[in-house]
Design a protein around this ligand. Structure first.
Ligand code: NAD
Ligand code: COI
Length: 326
């Protein structure tokens, strides 16, 4: 099979090369995103794969010279699926390339906030080695953690929290089927009121827009910590800042910032989010920020490449593709 791969980063190249050698398929690698102009590079190919957070519009599907597109990531909000169907392009994605990658990042964020890592680092950079009273941490095993959304990633988070001995409250209409997980299902207001730490693992569909808003923050315990590795729109950043400034909230970790760039991978070109809310968050020692990188591990990148390419082979062979977007 002949595949054209778009949006290819340097860190993906060894995984593409190893897959192509192992499966004896041809894969041409392009750094460009897939768009109405670049899609002609795939004129001689059988299928394309791409990684990009910018849109895949209707016009692209009209011009795409191949019948199969494999996304190398989980989110597909940027794909015009109706247009793909209309132009007979079958699209797959990688919904669970490594739930552990994001789960471990969320747990790392909890521990860093609980152990006052921000203020400790600030003092060290000032060559201040005194034991400040404010450095006293809290232990994760002694906390109640509220997990909102218990799909692939939420369940991976519960598994780690169980190992720490934390009490786990969850809110989700669908309970995890894994009998080894220990948790207590509760309605959202109860989870908000009883949790020391609240971690979000829900999709960013419109029904979840600002799920954590001023009203929700008011319900939380004083000193509560919030972790958002889910989607930018699920947390009302203005209301959050109000409750951080007042000291009601103990801290927050944000990997998916509300006004993050459409083109995440080109963020470096723009130098910044150019957003006053981001700047204020950056200045707070009890705030951890990252540019949407919770997913970014060696295991995740390998799985993104391999699972996307495997789905193209299955499309081509007429086999069922469980990760097809319909
Ligand atoms: P998933 O589809 O497996 O699970 C989502 C769960 O959320 C489902 O069980 C659903 O029932 C539940 N849910 C939806 N709305 C809810 C609500 N209002 N209250 C409670 N539960 C609700 O998704 P996943 O793979 O676990 O991903 C979770 C989130 O993480 C998604 O937003 C995804 O886009 C995001 N994500 C982020 C990164 C990153 O790098 N930061 C990487 C991958 C995925
Ligand atoms: C996803 O896979 O949906 C992510 O959030 C990672 C992102 C860089 C596309």
């Amino acid at each position: 099979m002949h595949i054209s791969a778009f949006g290819v980063r340097g860190d993906e190249v060894p995984y593409f090369q190893a897959w192509a050698a192992r499966t004896e398929n041809q894969v041409d690698l392009y750094g460009d995103y897939l768009n109405v102009d670049t899609c002609q590079l795939a004129a001689d190919a059988d299928a394309v794969t791409c990684f990009q957070t910018v849109p895949y519009p209707a016009e692209l599907f009209k011009k795409l010279p191949v019948p199969y597109l494999a996304l190398r990531n989980a989110g597909f909000e940027n794909v015009d699926l109706a247009a793909a169907r209309e132009h007979h392009v079958r699209v797959s994605y990688v919904p669970a390339y490594s739930p552990s990658a994001i789960a471990e990042f969320a747990i790392m964020s909890m521990l860093a906030l609980l152990r006052q890592n921000g203020p400790v680092q600030t003092a060290l950079h000032d060559h201040d080695y005194r034991l400040a009273k404010t450095f006293m941490g809290r232990e994760l095993g002694a906390c109640t953690v509220g997990v909102i959304g218990t799909g692939h990633i939420g369940q991976a988070v519960i598994k780690i929290l169980n190992g720490f001995g934390a009490r786990v409250l969850i809110t989700d209409a669908h309970l995890p089927k894994d009998p080894s997980l220990a948790y207590t299902p509760v309605p959202l207001p109860q989870l908000l009121a009883q949790s020391d730490i609240i971690t979000l693992h829900i999709p960013g569909d419109p029904s979840n827009h600002h799920l954590l808003n001023d009203e929700a923050f008011r319900l939380m315990k004083p000193g509560a910590l919030i972790i958002n590795t889910a989607r930018p729109n699920v947390l009302d950043t203005k209301a959050l800042l109000h409750h951080l400034r007042s000291g009601k909230l103990g801290g927050v970790a944000i990997d998916t910032f509300e006004h993050e760039a459409d083109d995440l991978l080109q963020l470096a070109e723009d130098h910044d989010f150019n957003d006053p809310l981001w700047e204020e968050l950056l200045s707070m020692p009890n705030v951890l920020l990252s540019p949407h990188i919770a997913y970014y591990t060696d295991v995740a990148v390998r799985n993104m490449v391999e699972q996307a390419l495997d789905s193209l082979v299955a499309f081509d062979a007429g086999q069922p593709v469980a990760t097809e977007l319909t």
